[in-house]
Design a protein around this ligand. Structure first.
Ligand SMILES: Cc1cc2nc3c(=O)[nH]c(=O)nc-3n(C[C@H](O)[C@H](O)[C@H](O)COP(=O)(O)O)c2cc1C
Length: 212
């Protein structure tokens, strides 16, 4: 194994459910792979710039013809792509923000998903195809079948499409729900369910870490 790439995106450094569940995963994973290393990118602590015209036009401009701005934008993309392609397994933490992924995570995707490097029309050419990945996606509410918010989760379907579909990752989800229940009086009745979901998420993280 080369390394596990661990990408965090919760804005909150402490008392973050997704980071806590990821810590459980990593403790178990490191027991299984004592000699393997982890590369950690914290997108909240060190946010990436949004993709700009320089980043887009630089991709279709030869190295000798790029402006300084385009060269700098492509250099950043190359650093991120090399870090991404150099891993052979992934741990993503992607909490739900406004029904979707945090903007810092979307910025990472926009920088890394480059045709001919990461994305390929022919699935067999996708370099990350078949690599194992775990995504921890915490959310304040509940989105399961029969709940009022059923169908409003745009995190799991999106990650399934881009990480599982476009990148071909062998992707598993860990989904702690109702994380706001202990802070919101309106959700007091849901606290036992929140506790059960959190306990299940830690168990699931440990189980997946032993398998990965
Ligand atoms: C900016 C922001 C937007 C949020 N939007 C949603 C939302 O649309 N639906 C939801 O269920 N929870 C939402 N939440 C709650 C978070 O998903 C929840 O607190 C989760 O535990 C965050 O992950 P973390 O604990 O790892 O930081 C939001 C939280 C923040 C800070």
């Amino acid at each position: 194994m080369t390394y596990l790439l661990h990408i965090d995106s919760s804005a909150v450094p402490d008392r973050s459910v997704s980071r806590d569940v990821a810590a459980t995963f990593l403790t178990a994973w490191q027991k299984e792979h004592p000699d393997a290393s982890v590369v950690h990118r914290d997108l909240a602590a060190a946010p990436l710039p949004h993709l700009t015209a320089d980043g887009v036009i630089g991709r279709i401009t030869g190295p000798d013809d790029r402006t300084d701005g385009q060269a700098a934008a492509i250099a950043l993309q190359n650093t991120l792509i090399e870090e991404f392609l150099g891993a052979d397994a992934y741990l993503f933490t992607v909490p739900m923000y406004n029904r979707s992924v945090p903007s810092v995570f979307k910025a990472w995707i926009d920088q890394v998903f480059v045709n001919g490097r990461v994305l390929f029309a022919v699935p067999d050419q996708v370099p990350t195809r078949g690599r194992r990945a775990v995504a921890v996606t915490s959310r304040g509410g509940g989105y399961g079948p029969g709940t009022p918010h059923e169908g409003h989760d745009h995190v799991v379907p999106y990650l399934t499409t881009v990480l599982g579909g476009s990148l071909g990752l062998d992707l598993e989800f860990v989904v702690p729900e109702l994380t706001m229940a202990h802070r919101s009086p309106a959700m007091a009745a849901l606290r036992p369910k929140a506790d059960a979901s959190l306990a299940q998420a830690h168990e699931e993280a440990e189980r997946l870490a032993r398998q990965l």
